[in-house]
Structure formats: structure tokens, C-alpha cells
Write a protein that binds this ligand. Structure first.
Ligand SMILES: C[S@@+](CC[C@H](N)C(=O)[O-])C[C@H]1O[C@@H](n2cnc3c(N)ncnc32)[C@H](O)[C@@H]1O
Length: 278
């Protein structure tokens, strides 16, 4: 019997032959809602990039700093967190509501484990909502009546796509086109936050590492993880004004203290950015 990291058997909604993006991410962050297949995927990634856990921590820390900037300096009180992931030590609503106690936060995810745990842990108060929907079908999110009841689309909203778009790779519709639909639906003064796997394309060791990591992600039981170029990622902020410093390594995007002088190789393969709709 496949067991969770705390030793319990896998519930019926978990397919023990398939790693899930949410659970692999949870395993890399040291969480407990993951199974052997997920931990084996992290172990495989570690053979290519020994600092894979730091890569994941950088990503999550960027989410929290971005939330603090938006709820603080930018004064945003509405958050639409697409691909929330499993509840972890600090979640978007906790970071936002510390600065804006009335902030409304909607989480969207379609992973069965996130749906099972998300409702219980992410719907923490009357200003938070979890909605199970496909984030790569913008209409499913934007026309969801429950989401529309909590968020006022005539007022600025911060839309998050952190660690999500690199798991999308469908020739039928580009990730840039998906983001266009989201941006079109947001009012002026809204923000979009994206964190994405990054290929520096400079032909050096970083680009080579990005290619090797992509190979492991795509051929893992999780089956996805594209490392895209700066131009491809820029295209996911259509018509938006980038907040300084633009698209930057997560570890270097307004760190809380002095940034590490030389990030480890995998840390140079994950970037984040925030764009504002004029
Ligand atoms: C790597 S986790 C990122 C979690 C969180 N956003 C963060 O940055 O810490 C990506 C999340 O996106 C969710 N996801 C992937 N494809 C999705 C889809 N089509 N619809 C909804 N959620 C999706 C996964 O279930 C997973 O929880």
C-alpha cells in the first residue's frame, strides 16, 4: 500500500501510479501530503539539481513577498490565486490579511488532494474561498458565480499564476493567449503575478541545466514542466507595465535582505515578475 509521508494509506482519490504537481511541490517544500511516487520524482530531480528544494523554496518565498507588496504598497484587497497548491506554512490569505484584514482571497486548483485539503484549510474565514476549476480555461474561472460573489471585477484584483503556466503545454492554445483572456477581464489597476521555470538560452551551463530539468519533469510520472525563455514569459504579461525589477530570478526579486551573491545553478532557473494593468 502506498503511504503518505506521515505513514497513512493513500485515500481513494489518489492514483499511486501518478505523481501530482501539487504533491511533488509539497514534497519538495517538506510537506506531509505526498506519496512515494511524488517523493521519487523529487529524488530524481535532485540527481540533476541537488538544490531542487531551494529552487522550490525560492518560488514560494517570491509568492509571499509579492503578496506583501500587493497588499501593502499597492493597496490591493482582492486576490485570485490560480493553482493554489496544497496548504502550506504560510498561504496567500494569511500574508494578505495581515496587511489588509478585509482582503478577499479566492484559491483555484483542480488537484483532488488540494480539493480535499484546500476547502478545509484555505477557506479560513468569510473572506476566503476555494473553487475547484481548470485554470487553463479562463472562462471556467472568470464566469464562476461563487468567485464573482466574492470578487468585484470592477475593482483591482491581483491574479496569481505561480508555478502553474510551466505545467501547461497545449498546441491548441498558447499560455500567452490564456493570459490575454485573464488580463482582458481585469479592471485597470489590477496586477498579474507569474513565477515560471526559466531557460536563460545563453548556451551556458544554466541553459543546459534548464534543458536537463525539463527532460526529467516532462518524462516523470508528473508529465509536465516547460522551461521557457524570457521572451516567452514576457508574452504572458500582455499590455502590462512591469513592476521593477521586471522578470527576475525569484531569489533576487526584492529579497528581504541582501541576496545571495551567487545563487546556486537551479536557483537561476526560476523567475518571477509582476505586471500592472494601466
Ligand atoms: C507547483 S504548484 C504551485 C502552488 C502555488 N501557486 C505556489 O506557487 O506556491 C502548481 C499548482 O497548480 C495546480 N494546477 C495545475 N494545473 C491546473 C489546472 N489545469 N487547473 C487548476 N489547477 C491546476 C496544481 O494542482 C498545483 O497545485
Amino acid at each position: 500500500m502506498t503511504q503518505s509521508s506521515t505513514g497513512g494509506p493513500a485515500p481513494s482519490y489518489v492514483d499511486p501510479t501518478k505523481a501530482s504537481i501539487a504533491r511533488v511541490y509539497d514534497a519538495a517544500l517538506g510537506g506531509k501530503d505526498n506519496y512515494e511516487i511524488d517523493r521519487a520524482t523529487v529524488a530524481k530531480l535532485r540527481t540533476v539539481a541537488p538544490e531542487i528544494e531551494q529552487f522550490t523554496v525560492d518560488h514560494r518565498a517570491f509568492l509571499i513577498r509579492a503578496t506583501r507588496f500587493l497588499a501593502g504598497t499597492a493597496g490591493i484587497t482582492q486576490f485570485l490565486d490560480c493553482g493554489s497548491g496544497l496548504p502550506t506554512a504560510e498561504n496567500t490569505h494569511q500574508a494578505a490579511q495581515r496587511l489588509q484584514p478585509d482582503a478577499r482571497v479566492v484559491y483555484v486548483d483542480n488537484d483532488p488532494t488540494v480539493i480535499a485539503h484546500g476547502r478545509a484549510l484555505l477557506e479560513d474565514n468569510e473572506s476566503t474561498l476555494f473553487s475547484p476549476a481548470d485554470i487553463f480555461t479562463p472562462a471556467a474561472v472568470l464566469e464562476d458565480p461563487a468567485i464573482r460573489r466574492l470578487l468585484d471585477f470592477s475593482q483591482p484584483i491581483a491574479l496569481f499564476q505561480l508555478g502553474t503556466l510551466h505545467h501547461y503545454d497545449d498546441p491548441a492554445r498558447s499560455p500567452q493567449s490564456i493570459m490575454e483572456s485573464y488580463v482582458d477581464a481585469l479592471p485597470s489597476g489590477s496586477y498579474v503575478v507569474i513565477a515560471h521555470f526559466f531557460d536563460s538560452e545563453d548556451g551556458d551551463a544554466d541553459s543546459e541545466l534548464a534543458r536537463r530539468l525539463e527532460d526529467v519533469f516532462v518524462h516523470s510520472p508528473m508529465g509536465s514542466g516547460r522551461f521557457r525563455t524570457r521572451a516567452e514569459i514576457e508574452g504572458m504579461f500582455p499590455g502590462l507595465e512591469m513592476v521593477e525589477p521586471g522578470i527576475e530570478l525569484c531569489v533576487r526579486w526584492w529579497p528581504d535582505g541582501p541576496p545571495p551573491p551567487s545563487p546556486a545553478p537551479a536557483q537561476r532557473c526560476i523567475v518571477g515578475g509582476i505586471g500592472r494593468k494601466p
